[in-house]
Design a protein around this ligand. Structure first.
Ligand SMILES: Cc1cc2nc3c(=O)[nH]c(=O)nc-3n(C[C@H](O)[C@H](O)[C@H](O)COP(=O)(O)OP(=O)(O)OC[C@H]3O[C@@H](n4cnc5c(N)ncnc54)[C@H](O)[C@@H]3O)c2cc1C
Length: 315
């Protein structure tokens, strides 16, 4: 029976959705899924993980230094003879997973959009060449290590009760002393379920008010930007989506006045639903869009804002 160890992130006593997706992916490939959690509140989040496919949950107690957590994860993999270790491709997952792979003398398959198992052999799917190709890769390492792109895999619903145990963390080489939330509490473009992005078609930075208003109308949306507008100094780099910015895969991605250059598509192509608004019907963004509106952003977006507000008011 193949075992997969999953690094589970949590907040406010609940596992993060990205981690539930990783548990879902692991559960579809292995009968035995072991969730490992660290940090304050881990003990509260652990018992409920059975309903997401984890038969076991290990709570790491003590200061959650990334190197100590990674060492404990690698130890859990070895002790249980697990064939794979997966984490979500979040900031934390990207921090932890390479360390785990190094401990296991394995290789890391990062940002995967597919994970399949044939017995103990795993096949991964990864975007290559800025998303132009999807590569299928077979791991030959004794233990597969991978991070999984969020919003690609589905959480699962199971009737398991997680068997919870505790393991003390060793001393790490670095200590996380605190996390400073961004002022104003704006959602991070890489984490928001809805992203509204603007491009050079908005003409000047002040017109990004339209993008901000549409994001605010959705409520749970972040503002994103193309590199052209970041390079022009209209928006901060933290909002840039694409090859040299962030990779996002929200439930809904709205691209306004963005042409759809390959480097932009690399960062948002796997979004669940893509809506593009562009006055050029030949714009490449329409090739990846599920819904396309050919029109002037300055006419279309105000109507959208009104309609979204109305729907939200009724909900
Ligand atoms: C190595 C490398 C890395 C890169 N990394 C990134 C990256 O991470 N992210 C990224 O985004 N780009 C990246 N780029 C740049 C990328 O190639 C494009 O130049 C950039 O994405 C273009 O931004 P844009 O779509 O906003 O602008 P443009 O290409 O100028 O497109 C503007 C669009 O707005 C439309 N438009 C104009 N007026 C209106 C209107 N009134 N209403 C509606 N639509 C309108 C136009 O039809 C056009 O399609 C990278 C390039 C290189 C070489």
């Amino acid at each position: 029976m193949a075992t997969i160890v999953v690094y589970v992130e949590h907040q406010g006593g609940n596992a993060k959705r990205a981690s539930l997706e990783a548990l879902g992916a692991a559960s579809s490939c292995a009968e035995d899924v072991v969730a490992v959690l660290a940090g304050e509140g881990a003990a509260g989040a652990a018992p409920g993980l059975g309903s997401s496919g984890a038969g076991k949950a290990i709570v790491l107690t003590g200061a959650a230094s990334p190197d100590a957590v990674a060492a404990a994860l690698a130890a859990a993999v070895k002790e249980r003879g697990a064939k794979a270790f997966v984490a979500s491709a979040t900031s934390s997952g990207r921090d932890i997973a390479p360390r785990v792979a190094a401990h296991l003398d394995s290789t890391l398959f990062s940002d995967c959009v597919g994970l399949d198992a044939d017995g103990d052999a795993f096949t991964l799917t990864r975007p290559w060449l800025a998303g132009k190709l999807l590569a299928k890769l077979r791991s030959n390492a004794p233990v597969l290590c991978a991070t999984l792109r969020r919003n690609v895999f589905q959480p699962m619903s199971a009737s398991l009760t997680a068997d919870v145990s505790e393991v003390s963390l060793g001393e790490g080489k670095l200590t996380l002393t605190g996390i400073a939330a961004k002022e104003g509490g704006a959602l991070d473009v890489a984490e928001a379920p809805v992203v509204v992005s603007g491009g050079r078609g908005l003409k000047e930075s002040e017109h990004f008010k339209l993008i901000e208003d549409l994001a605010a109308a959705f409520g749970d949306a972040a503002v994103g930007a193309s590199r052209a507008v970041v390079d022009a100094g209209w928006r901060p780099h933290a909002e840039q989506v694409g090859q040299t910015g962030k990779t996002v895969a929200p439930q809904l991605y709205v691209a306004v006045g963005i042409s759809g250059a390959i480097q932009h598509l690399a960062g948002m192509k796997t979004s669940r639903v893509i809506v593009a608004i562009n006055k050029d019907p030949e714009a490449p963004i329409f090739k990846v869009a599920d819904y396309g509106i050919v029109g002037d952003a300055f006419e279309v977006v105000p109507v959208l804002i009104e309609e979204v507000r109305k729907i939200k008011a009724q909900a």
